[in-house]
Design a protein. Structure first.
Length: 177
């Protein structure tokens, strides 16, 4: 009879312990799920606030780089930057220096752009500089005015290197919206 009483007591303990353990496990699971959801919600709200604040800066960076790309279009660059004399090497250096100075002025904009976009802009700048330098190496180019003519005639047949970068920027901006 004593054995039967011990089994009854053990059965009573199990009868109260098992539901308590199951209830505790369910409460722990839901508490953990709730905490995870709250963390996700807080992160989402924080990210949303950051995007609201950063979006105008990102758009301004794209605007500034668009302006840079427009300014280095060879036909516009040649109109804006006139030669100081007849020396074609000095004029080449002046054009390249103008492009590099303007690019360096906008270097900070890269933090608001994707790496791919910044790479395309950098490639357009380098291609424009390469166009100026290779045109200057031509035997037909004798002075600064001939260099201007040669670059302009070179651009009649093809698109400016910055046009590709401008298209890329427009595509990236459309993805933001």
């Amino acid at each position: 009879m004593l054995l039967f009483a011990e089994q009854q007591g053990l059965l009573e303990v199990i009868k109260y312990t098992v539901p308590t353990i199951v209830t505790g496990m369910i409460a722990y699971y839901f508490f953990r799920l709730h905490t995870k959801n709250e963390d996700g919600r807080r992160r989402f709200l924080l990210k949303k606030d950051l995007q609201v604040n950063a979006l105008p800066q990102r758009l301004q960076a794209y605007e500034r780089m668009t302006l840079f790309l427009e300014r280095i279009v060879p036909s516009k660059l040649l109109i804006r930057v006139k030669p100081n004399g007849e020396d074609k090497l000095a004029y080449e250096a002046l054009l390249v220096n103008n492009i590099e100075t303007e690019f360096e002025h906008n270097l900070a904009q890269q933090i608001y752009m994707t790496n791919e976009c910044w790479g395309v802009i950098n490639s357009a700048k380098n291609a424009t500089i390469r166009l100026i330098r290779t045109t200057n190496m031509s035997a037909k180019v004798e002075n600064a005015d001939k260099l201007r003519e040669a670059i302009l005639s070179e651009m009649l047949d093809k698109q400016a290197p910055s046009a590709t970068a401008l298209s890329f920027i427009k595509e990236e901006i459309s993805d933001i919206w």
